[in-house]
Design a protein around this ligand. Structure first.
Ligand code: IVH
Length: 679
């Protein structure tokens, strides 16, 4: 038997852990480091293990999930769980507001609660005397599934409410969702275990909540936001929806930090536009916003029509996924000769634009997705991200659809296509004999982070290459206005401007020049590191692999690529011609032996991937460098932190593979502020 002191200690530990959960999940303002939290948690676990009679269902240790259930029970909702009418255009939203004002008989602007429309699944949570007694899915709106055992494992969600003025019985409505970061990690993990990844965070949330075994749900990164109250008994509630949300937060329920009270329909639309701009950078997926008349009295006066309230509407963002048909699969040739399979699509409106092409990345990816001409596919385009084929709908595949084979010959120049054993990427062996490679090399040379030649766009490069006016970047400097003015869509004035821009680009910096050369594996971050380290082009050209790998963040693979590049006589010839055409930069000589950097992240190496919510890439780099850290272009064993934003690339996957710490923007800022390593 536990002593009364032990029982009291268990109670204290539970209260402490709950308090820290609340600070972490609801207030987003933790007051102890993760290690401190873990210590409390382990102490409670040990105490309960020694004295099982101390275990109570709402103990935070019970979040790991109990025994599986044979099947879901059903729950009849006290109040039906309704759906919302949708509006797709601003006009439809204005019409909604007009109807609201007509029904209320008012000319005045109406106050609304504007909220993100979370893309998860709706749940109803019943609290009795402040304790979570039942959780149910929406189901058909009247009867849902009992998912109490699973909901208890969601750490963001209190199993016991806090504060005062608690109703005897309270039914909270909200959305269970999976944050993007957790979704990415989960899919990585599933893939590593040989499991099937989820297609999007909403499916992942639904699949995780509807598990018969709560121990599985407990391992899934689910989160929750409350957005309303279904019913309640005992105790008074606020008169407005926005105050209700504040009350829910006081009771310990997480509420989206992005809700706002706005007055009038134009303010609603403004809110929608602003959230739309941040949509990609939000840590969770939203498919629109919801406007709800804020006054509870007005809500009641407006009432319901069939299965939706008249006082609320969902203003949807353009869908990010659509289905369409693959008309062909073709191969594009890139700067380094890489052949990229591209799906030519029946045009489809997705993510706010009409899409008619989607990359299939490489042969492995094409094989994995098994995309064939004639297939119906799901296309996803999120924000400014390149559209991609998410998956094929196999049941809609026409009979006789043939799988795509890698061509033997380059579709542009007819040279041989080679794909080294075990590599995902197939390449055209033509080098600069291939017009596609020449074109891409030039585009890269002129691009913003390279020599930044204003006015030398894709169309123009295409013409220069097709007409054989330019073979490699050095030829650019021999172009004159008369030749250029003869090109399509280029008048004399623009020709003169372009000549001036090309001339101006001669004055550059070593890092831009290195990046412009297009050395495989060397992105702009690496170019900067190399320029700083070697200080002159000759020093770099003459560096051997040992000298290169002594540079922070240069690994053996990259070192090999760099030395191979500078061994090629053709590359050296182009460099010599560029220099004699007058391309120059200040040479600083080798960097002085690095002073020991100072600052909270002195000597630490960071890699950035994805879009951060607030910090632009350059700003993040500056802050890291100011705090003594450095930013590398690729993830290696020597990377200390990967900072991942929305839509992270393969760098995140690589970080997870290598077990490198991953930070979000908040974590980065905390680290830079010297708050110790975030977990
Ligand atoms: S209010 C009576 N608020 O959207 C209206 N719903 O089509 C009840 N949803 O099933 C819903 N975020 O799953 C409301 N801030 C929000 C929401 C939200 C997402 C979902 C919810 C519901 C569906 C309505």
């Amino acid at each position: 038997m536990a002593t009364s002191a032990q029982a009291r200690r268990a109670e204290v530990l539970r209260a402490l852990i709950e308090e820290h959960n609340y600070r972490y999940y609801v207030l987003d303002d933790p007051t102890i480091p993760d290690a401190g939290y873990d210590a409390l948690f382990r102490e409670l676990q040990a105490l309960e293990a020694a004295h099982p009679e101390l275990v109570v269902p709402e103990s935070p240790t019970q979040r790991v999930g109990g025994a599986p259930v044979p099947a879901f029970g059903t729950v009849r909702h006290e109040q039906p769980m309704l759906s919302l009418d949708n509006a797709f255009t601003e006009e439809e939203v204005r019409a909604f507001d007009r109807r609201v004002r007509e029904r209320l008989g008012t000319e005045e602007e109406v106050a609304y609660s504007a909220e993100p429309k979370l893309d998860g699944l709706a749940v109803s949570l019943v609290y009795e005397a402040g304790r979570l007694v039942r959780a149910a899915t929406r189901g058909d709106g009247f009867v849902g599934e009992d998912v109490t055992h699973n909901v208890r494992t969601i750490r963001a969600l209190p199993v016991r409410l806090r504060g005062d003025r608690l109703p005897d019985r309270l039914e909270v409505r909200g959305e269970v969702y999976m944050p993007r970061a957790g979704f990415a990690l989960l899919n990585e993990r599933l893939a590593a275990e040989g499991g099937k990844p989820f297609v999007n965070p909403r499916n992942a949330a639904a699949g995780s909540l509807r598990q018969l075994d709560p121990r599985i749900t407990a391992t899934r990164p689910l989160a929750f936001f409350a957005y309303g109250i279904g019913s309640h008994a005992g105790g008074a509630l606020p008169d407005t929806h926005s105050e209700t949300l504040v009350r829910l937060r006081d009771w310990g329920l997480p509420v989206s930090p992005d809700v706002a009270r706005v007055v009038g329909v134009e303010a609603c639309l403004d809110y929608q536009r602003r959230l739309g701009e941040r949509r990609r950078a939000l840590p969770y997926e939203v498919d629109g916003v919801v406007y709800k008349v804020d006054s509870c009295a007005q809500q009641e006066a407006l009432g319901y029509v069939s299965r939706a309230p008249r006082f609320a509407v969902a203003h949807k963002f353009p869908a990010e996924e659509q289905t369409t048909v693959v008309e062909a699969v073709e191969f594009q040739v890139g700067r380094t000769g890489a052949l990229t399979p591209v799906a030519r699509l029946r045009p489809v409106f997705v993510g706010g634009v009409t899409v008619s092409n989607a990359t299939l990345h490489n042969m492995d990816e094409l094989g994995r997705k098994d995309v064939r001409p004639g297939d119906t596919v799901v296309i996803r385009r999120a924000g400014d991200v390149i559209p991609e084929v998410v998956r094929v709908l196999p049941e809609q595949r026409p009979a006789g659809a043939r799988s795509v084979r890698l061509p033997d010959r380059c579709p542009v120049c007819g040279s041989e296509v080679v794909r080294p054993e075990g590599e995902a990427i197939a390449r055209c062996a033509g080098g600069l004999a291939c017009a596609a490679q020449r074109r891409e090399a030039l585009r890269h040379f002129a691009s913003r982070r390279a020599l930044d030649i204003q006015g030398l766009g894709t169309q123009l490069v295409e013409q220069l290459v097709t007409l054989d006016l330019v073979t490699d970047p050095a030829d650019l400097f021999a172009l004159d206005a008369a030749t250029l003015a003869g090109l399509e869509r280029l008048g004399e004035r623009s020709a003169a401007k372009l000549v001036a821009a090309i001339a101006a680009s001669r004055e550059t910096t070593l890092d831009r020049f290195l990046y412009a050369l297009g050395i495989p594996e060397v992105g702009d971050s690496t170019a900067r590191v190399l320029a700083r380290h070697f200080g002159s082009l000759d020093a770099l050209v003459n560096a051997d692999e040992a000298a290169l790998t002594s540079v922070p963040d240069v690994g053996p693979v990259m070192a090999g690529r760099i030395t191979a590049f500078f061994r090629q006589p053709r590359n050296l010839a182009v460099i010599a011609r560029l220099r004699s055409a007058g391309v120059h930069w200040p040479e600083t000589g080798p960097a002085p032996p690095a002073e020991a950097p100072a600052g909270p992240v002195a000597g630490r190496s960071f890699v950035l991937t994805g879009t951060l919510p607030n910090l632009a890439r350059e700003a993040a780099r500056e802050r890291i460098e100011a705090a003594g850290g450095r930013v590398a272009g690729s993830v290696s064993k020597r990377t200390d932190y990967v900072v991942a934003g929305a839509d992270p690339g393969s760098k995140l996957a690589r970080a997870l593979e290598l077990g490198i710490a991953v930070l979000d923007e908040d974590g980065l800022l905390r680290l830079l502020a010297g708050d110790g390593p975030a977990s």
